[in-house]
Design a protein around this ligand. Sequence first.
Ligand SMILES: C[S@@+](CC[C@H](N)C(=O)[O-])C[C@H]1O[C@@H](n2cnc3c(N)ncnc32)[C@H](O)[C@@H]1O
Length: 428
Amino acid sequence: MTYAFVLGRVYTLSLAELLAYFKTLQSPIKIVEASFELLLVETDKALDVERFQKHLGGTIKILKIVDVVKKREQDSINFCLQNYFKPSKLKADFLKSASGKIQFGVSVYLLDPEVRAFGEPKKLGMFIKRAMQDSGASIRLVLPEFNSLALASVVVTHNQLLVKGAEICALAGKDKVYIAKTLSVQDFEDYGRRDYQRPSRDDRRGMIPPKVAQAMLNLSGAKPNDTLLDPFCGIGTFVQEGALLDFKMLGTDIDRQAIVGSERNLEWFRNRYKIPKGKFHVEVADAREVHKVVENLTKLKAFGKITGVVTEGTLGPVYGQFPTAHEINQNFQDLSELYTKTFLDFNSFLGKGSKVVMCLPAYRKSGTEYVMFPNLDFATSSGYNINSVIPQEIGLLMPFLRITPRGSIIYDRKDQVVAREIVIFEKL
Ligand SMILES: C[S@@+](CC[C@H](N)C(=O)[O-])C[C@H]1O[C@@H](n2cnc3c(N)ncnc32)[C@H](O)[C@@H]1O
């Protein structure tokens, strides 16, 4: 079976998350193709698509490949598909369960950025409509707006395309076009709820978006029921997302107000998402001596051994505008001191091979250039290695990926002064 995963905006993070998730499931895959929009994999067994979709913050849609059409490099996508859509084929591949007026959505994704595609979804939509009308069926088409080539997951959901018809996707490379059917789309409303409907929010402190928290939790390679620690938990985003992914979560923060906010949020979260009791615990602690809380909980047998740390950390002061070089250097120095003590403290409870997935501040100089932490000595001199977020042998095959020279990923948003550099450390 071949599946295609439509990657999120920060596609390197999406891809890293997917590969890490497949690894924890120990389900063998063969990478068929990858681009800045898609990862195509072949699997022996059918995937639990619903579970994948819920677990992967960086995956926008999951598609199943139903066919492959050859294409000459000079041909447009619509030229190569002009006679492809036959009513019998459409019914067999896309409409097994739909009845009544059929709704078709059309999206095009590129496997190669050089492939020309202007107004392709509209042209493909016309072929589909013509074929279906010739067979006497009544259909409604939903097409991407403006210049986009693909329907957003919100459009697929609101038009009930997966219930009342199908979304047909053309995944176009230089020499072939894969025809795919959308099996699931990201539940954007639920991610929004987990972010914005929490009773406690704190924009000043900064909160990590639940999708990114989920991706980082997956990067830790933890398995269900493993215990993870967020020693800078703020109002508890990693704790809630980790509990939802079936990990046991311990969250600590130096600020009592943050822990009060976390507790309120987690109570709301536990009720809303039916999380069993005992899945998480939050407490006030300085990260530099978090071992005290860990030891107490272990003694009380409240939690098993901590198998990894996933945290945003503290990014330093909140700047209203781009900070000066002096401010940035000062921040890096202060954080280095804090993190050296924190990583040394982790040594008392983390075992060999444990992962610490964390964010460090990075400041955008221009386009894709950032001022990053000058070095990661706080970790490497405390007994940790830096792991590349994407295994090096795979990264080499995918030159489009945006990986920093030290193997980390930058997660950035246009409206924010500070970006997050996501780094994976491994205890030696
Ligand atoms: C960027 S916020 C984390 C936000 C969190 N990821 C969330 O989504 O709610 C950083 C947190 O680090 C905490 N912090 C700063 N210094 C600390 C220390 N030495 N030990 C523990 N927590 C600390 C701050 O109180 C703050 O809540």
